[in-house]
Design a protein around this ligand. Structure first.
Ligand SMILES: *Cc1c(COP(=O)(O)O)cnc(C)c1O
Length: 386
């Protein structure tokens, strides 16, 4: 039996997988079982932020695995302390909780927001408003938070206490503030929803209204965070800082991690016994995360990400088939005039380039340290297909 047959016989079919077995990777290029090479413009959905097997990252992870792979969170580890300190310093947040995924980070944010409100106002003020077309995860609670009807099937009953408002429509948001709202949860750039950035004016009005009503703002930066948009947090483009920010995807360079960051107002809401995770803050994941932060925060790195994003956008804009290019930094959505994104994804793969889709768009999330040479090569393949 070949790998794909064996896989499909034994692994649940929850993904529409592509017929390709990735065997190894180095830098921004990976190889399949037959030795065919692919330039990766997808980074495992924005997760391999430093590409494949970056040597400093490998060294940090290997050193950690050789000394301590795991301990329960009833003890302290230096690597979690170091990572938490660096992450809080980089983001300006007071404290962090570590889980293992984006959905878990968002679950933590939701629990935190509800307890903040409960502690201050008592029962009943528990509604969380999220935006239409958002994506917040696959657990029952984060599915309930996700503002897309197509996700609200089969698994009834969903978690109560979520309302969905139209993005960039401040009146719709206001109409949903009925006194029972404890938080508003947003993605600055909706990723799965089609790589669509929120309007600046909407974000500043939203912040103002929430501040006036002691409604917490949760920024789901699971996809936009850790340098993806050319700033460490996408909120930095808007000049705002949410009460709570969640990170995951690119945070540890491809190791499972999730982080829920809270400002001073919320940092001590979750107390002993109110939340936890067996694997959360795992030493290996933290070591990988530290290696990512060391690179992403090094001088000029984020400026480079922004420059590369600008360059790719300009090049894409020149193509006849491209109708519109959306997103921020190296989070890029490409709307096409006539061709189907899914078709382009398949053709690109045949030609040795990995891309993603989001709704009807081609989505690019290249590794943050991609070189101009690799960008050229990938764009040439894409231009040829388009
Ligand atoms: C991917 C994603 C999630 C879910 O993360 P998982 O690690 O798959 O649980 C949540 N929010 C956003 C914005 C995402 O892009």
């Amino acid at each position: 039996m070949n790998t794909i047959e064996k896989f499909n016989k034994n692994v649940m079919g929850t993904y529409g997988r592509l017929d390709m077995v990735i065997e190894s990777g180095k830098g921004r290029v990976c190889e399949d079982e037959d030795g065919k090479a692919y330039i990766d413009f997808g980074s495992g959905i924005g997760t391999n932020s430093l590409g494949y097997c970056d040597s400093d990252w490998v060294e940090a992870v290997c050193n950690q695995v050789k000394s301590l792979q795991h301990t329960s969170n009833y003890y302290y580890t230096k690597v979690q302390a170091d990572f938490a300190e660096k992450l809080c310093q980089a983001t300006g947040y007071s404290k962090v909780f570590f889980g293992n995924s984006g959905a878990e980070a968002n679950e933590c944010a939701i629990k935190l927001a509800r307890k903040y409100s409960f502690d201050k106002y008592g029962k009943g003020r528990h509604t969380i408003i999220t935006l239409m077309n958002s994506f917040h995860g696959r657990t029952l609670c984060t599915l309930s938070a996700t503002g897309q009807d197509s996700f609200h099937n089969y698994f009834f009953p969903f978690v109560e206490g979520f309302k969905h408002a139209n993005a960039n429509d401040i009146e719709d948001l206001k109409s949903k503030l009925d006194g029972a709202v404890c938080a508003v949860m947003i993605e600055y750039v909706q990723g799965e929803g089609g790589v669509i950035a929120l309007e600046k004016d909407y974000v500043s009005q939203l912040y103002k209204i929430c501040e006036e009503n002691d409604i917490l703002i949760i920024a789901d930066e699971v996809q936009t965070g850790v340098g993806r948009t050319g700033k460490f947090l996408a909120g930095d483009h808007y000049g705002v800082k949410a009460d709570i920010t969640t990170l995951a995807k690119g945070l540890a360079g491809g190791l499972p991690i999730g982080a829920c960051l809270a400002n001073e107002k919320c940092a001590d809401v979750l107390t002993a016994g109110t939340h936890g995770s067996t694997f959360g803050g795992n030493p290996i994941a933290c070591a990988g995360g530290l290696a990512v932060l060391n690179k992403v925060l090094s001088e000029g790195f984020l400026e480079d990400v922004a420059e590369k994003g600008k360059y790719i956008r300009e090049r894409l804009d020149e193509l006849d088939e491209v109708k519109d290019v959306s997103g921020l930094g190296l989070m890029i959505g490409v709307e096409l005039k006539t061709k189907s994104a899914k078709d382009i994804l398949n053709k690109a793969m045949e030609s040795g380039l990995l891309v993603l889709t989001a709704k009807e768009k081609v989505r690019l999330l290249p590794p943050l340290n991609i070189s101009y040479k690799e960008i050229e090569k990938g764009l040439a393949i894409l231009a040829n297909i388009l």
